[in-house]
Design a protein around this ligand. Structure first.
Ligand code: 4UV
Length: 583
């Protein structure tokens, strides 16, 4: 029998499958908390600038009219692949205004990691077939370099509006801005949103977002996230947390309860996009947006806006626990829960945090871009440090051994495979990765997560999933994905590198960091190892974004261990390295 959600989780309501994310978020008939009773969806943490939910709805409408005129996108013709817009921006209060306006036109938004350099941005623009880009002033130069290379004209590069405290005094050299589009759109004719013409089930195949993930191996791939995937996970998260919300209402003696959540994590990543934004906004909560991680500003914003729900990644929690003296200077008493995901949160760190903030619920979630985020999460009434909590309703999970045999016992590790309405249709133009990742079991299509887990009962008596290891190639540093294959391909272009393998090595602050094991090219033997090591590290620094640097170092080896078929035995390297680090 596969594993499912425990009995305390309410049954999953039906998932609308013929509407867009935008319709789902604004139409009250789909269960969203009434707009008028909501908090303003997004508020700029620096300037306090905000729009009510009704204003956001109007902005989406006006922006879509203006974009239709500017880009020639027609809501009633063409597929989403003819209407791809890229967003390469730090968080702003209009990130989702843009996404939903594109959805209204029947287009899709490809979300680009704002930490990317021009080469990395170029790869995603080309691969996704983006026709236009929205960026922000701090990233404009990078955008112009990449857009030129893929043939996107300067007049199709637009700017998100951003508080001047984040733009470093830079001036807009003449690009149209999102605000200008909204103003222009008010005077243009309205149209019916694209999904009005969709038939039953069309929301399961129409793509809303194209995010990038390296999956279980290889280079970053476009993950095609359907409208119904976002809708499903939003409903699944809210369903899972409904008891918590009911408890808050009871405690406060109120019939309506909404709260502020922290919007610091990148909205371009699935965690920010679905867990932090769509799921909160669906409940009528407000998100306080911060474009950058500045520790003191973060504490100030929590205090000023009386934020109740923190969304962080483990390195930020470690920062909190190591800064007791600074933290004490702020009033953080509004916080009731601190939620983390994207990488493991150690039991010791969770305990440390609780010792500073004994009233906080320290919660953890586990999920992937390919599951449109959450698979399981711990809840206030069922916290077990180290575990990632119970499956959401709508999920079935199977744990398999390396031969594919199912494991049904508790505490026996195996690879987690999951089925859910939130599991995506697949990767863009990549049959091989799709065949390897999405597999058929007797009861339907499952995703092989590439994560090793155990299932066990929590002290409260509910089935929990604990991530015990990573089987796939992925390296997670500060919550960001690093694909070893990408760094290896790059390092092989260095003249002194004959062969190479990259693995993740543990780091206290960052979770993991990439380390390269290099086989030197014959001609490079003369060069001193120290010089060459530095040169190789610089070679990555120059061409890749900061978090992909070889912070774990470079080590020279004689030969990269490979299987008879030529596959790198990465796990062998990793196990050896772990043994070495133990000594
Ligand atoms: O595709 P991705 O970059 O996706 C994520 C998703 C993060 C979140 C955040 C909050 C949640 O509630 C949630 O459910 C998911 O990072 O990377 C997916 C891989 O990241 C590792 C694991 O290897 C996934 O396959 N990962 C994600 N969450 C955890 C984790 C976790 N809690 N513990 C250990 N590893």
């Amino acid at each position: 029998m596969p594993f499912t959600a425990p009995s305390w989780v309410p049954e999953l309501p039906p998932i609308p499958d013929s509407i867009s994310v935008e319709t789902f978020m604004f139409d009250e008939s789909y269960g969203r908390t009434a707009l008028s009773k909501s908090k303003a969806p997004f508020t700029d943490g620096a300037s306090g600038k905000t729009y009510s939910a009704l204003e956001v709805k109007k902005r989406v409408d006006h922006l879509s009219r203006a974009l239709s005129k500017e880009l020639g996108f027609k809501p009633d013709s063409g597929s989403e692949w003819d209407k791809v817009v890229a967003c390469f921006s730090l968080n702003t209060i209009d990130y989702l205004t843009l996404a939903w306006a594109v959805h209204r036109l029947g287009g899709l938004l490809t979300c680009v990691n704002a930490a990317y350099n021009a080469d990395e941005l170029e790869y995603q623009l080309k691969d996704s077939g983006a026709k236009a880009i929205f960026t922000c002033l701090p990233l404009l130069q990078t955008t112009m370099t990449a857009s030129k290379k893929v043939g996107i004209n300067k007049d199709k590069v637009f700017l998100m509006d951003m508080d001047k405290s984040f733009t470093g005094g830079a001036k807009n050299p003449g690009h149209k801005t999102l605000d200008e589009f909204v103003q222009a759109g008010a005077g243009l004719p309205s149209f019916e949103p694209a999904d009005k013409k969709w038939g039953p089930g069309e929301g399961t195949t129409r793509i809303a977002f194209l995010c990038y993930s390296s999956g279980t191996s290889g280079l970053p791939k476009g993950v095609m996230i359907a409208h119904s995937n976002v809708i499903a996970n939003t409903i699944q998260i809210c369903n899972h947390e409904s008891q918590d919300r009911a408890d808050m209402k009871k405690k406060l003696g109120v019939s309506e309860y909404t709260e502020y959540a922290l919007g610091l994590l990148p909205l371009s990543h699935i965690y920010g996009l679905v867990v932090v934004s769509h799921s909160r906004l669906y409940r009528g909560d407000g998100v306080i947006v911060l474009p950058k991680y500045d520790f003191k500003q973060l504490l100030q914003v929590i205090q000023d806006f009386k934020i109740v729900m923190l969304y962080l990644v483990p390195p930020m929690i470690i920062h909190l626990t190591k800064s007791r003296e600074i933290v004490k200077q702020y009033d953080l008493s509004s916080v009731r829960a601190c939620f983390t995901g994207a990488a493991p949160l150690g039991k010791e760190t969770a305990e440390d945090l609780l010792s500073i903030f004994p009233t906080w619920a320290v919660r953890q979630g586990y999920g992937l871009t390919e599951t449109c985020t959450v698979v399981c999460m711990t809840m206030t009434h069922d916290i077990w440090f180290g575990s990632s909590g119970s499956l959401l309703a709508g999920y079935t999970a199977r744990v398999i051994d390396p031969d594919g045999k199912e494991i049904t016992e508790y505490n026996v590790p195996g690879e987690l495979c999951v089925k859910s309405p939130s599991v995506v249709p697949g990767y863009l133009r990549n049959q091989k990765a799709n065949d390897e990742t999405f597999v058929q079991f007797d009861d339907g299509r499952y995703m092989k997560t590439g994560d090793e887990v155990i299932v066990a009962k929590s002290p409260q008596g509910y089935e929990h999933i604990t991530i015990t290891d990573r089987i796939k190639e992925l390296i997670k540093t500060k919550g960001h994905q690093v694909a070893p294959a990408e760094l290896e391909a790059h390092l092989l272009t260095h003249p002194a590198v004959n062969d190479v393998v990259v693995i993740g090595v543990p780091s206290e602050r960052e979770g993991e960091v990439p380390k390269a094991f290099v086989v030197k090219a014959p001609g490079s033997i003369e060069e001193s190892d120290a010089l060459l090591r530095r040169d190789i590290m610089k070679y990555v620094e120059k061409h890749k974004t900061d978090y992909k640097r070889l912070r774990g170092g470079v080590e020279f080896i004689d030969v990269v261990p490979k299987s008879p078929s030529g596959k790198i035995l990465r796990r062998l390297m990793r196990d050896k390295e772990r043994e070495k680090m133990k000594k």
